[in-house]
Design a protein around this ligand. Structure first.
Ligand SMILES: [Zn+2]
Length: 255
């Protein structure tokens, strides 16, 4: 398995011989408005793609979408991702996918086999209280197959009991968390804070934890540097790739 951060939550995976694109946000820098009611309002994305969009899409065989907020599935993705590619999404997003003519979209209710990969949808809580209800639904996915590490893509979620439960159930060797501690002007963070990432590491000492979803959208306030400092202070190891970088997976052993 190989895992490359493109930008924000957009990932390119090589998994069981397949090339998988996760949460494509493909807009040019500054093409989208700032998130409403957010601190530090600036046009998004804050940074460009690290390489041309043709290269992001080259050879992709499956698209995996955790939810359809525009920092995970934007107008540029709707235009540029080939409409006939297989695409997996949460059931609540199927109508949206069909409305924009993604002919091979299918919903992952609980679990779905695609090629020889098992894709299990996992719970996610995108904030707390009223805000979480307004942001819902969002999902995560666990990918597993023989001969590859089990991969848990947590999606847009804070740390809560269901993340712990997913780790207990699936015992992933690699976990991708969306950090950034994204926030509106009021209320609690809606994605993982440094503390949440540390809790994830402690709950999964056997796993490589990779943190993304930072420094690309204006309401994500936690920087890579701050996360690295807080992880170091807490005595846990977090992989924090730059845009375009292959995440170092070390000895992540196959299941
Ligand atoms: Zn997000």
């Amino acid at each position: 398995m190989k895992l490359q951060l493109v930008r924000h939550a957009t990932l390119l995976l090589e998994y069981a011989g397949m090339r998988i694109l996760v949460d494509p946000m493909l807009s040019d820098a500054g093409a989208m408005a700032a998130i409403q009611n957010s601190p530090q309002p600036r046009p998004n994305p804050l940074v460009p793609l690290p390489f041309p969009v043709e290269q992001v899409l080259d050879g992709v065989q499956l698209v995996l979408v955790t939810h359809t907020h525009r920092d995970h599935w934007d107008d540029a993705a709707i235009q540029l991702v080939p409409k006939d590619l297989p695409l997996l999404c949460q059931p609540e997003d199927m109508q949206k996918m069909e409305a924009v003519y993604f002919l091979n979209a299918s919903a992952v209710h609980d679990m779905k086999h695609w090629s020889h990969i098992c894709v299990t949808r996992t719970p996610a809580q995108h904030g707390t209280g009223e805000i979480a209800r307004a942001m819902a639904p969002s999902s995560g996915y666990v990918l597993s197959t023989s001969g590859e590490p089990t991969l848990y893509i947590a999606g847009d979620t804070i740390w809560y009991d269901q993340v712990a439960e997913t780790i207990r159930q699936h015992n992933p060797q690699v976990i991708v968390v969306n950090a950034g501690a994204a926030q509106f002007l009021h209320g609690d963070p809606i994605t993982m804070t440094a503390g949440d990432v540390v809790r994830t590491c402690r709950a999964a000492p056997q796993a490589k934890v990779i943190a993304v979803h930072m420094e690309a959208i204006n309401h994500c306030l936690l920087t890579r540097k701050e996360l690295a400092q807080q992880a170091h202070a807490a005595g846990v190891e977090v992989v924090i790739p730059e845009d375009g970088e292959m995440a170092a997976l070390g000895e992540a052993a196959p299941a």
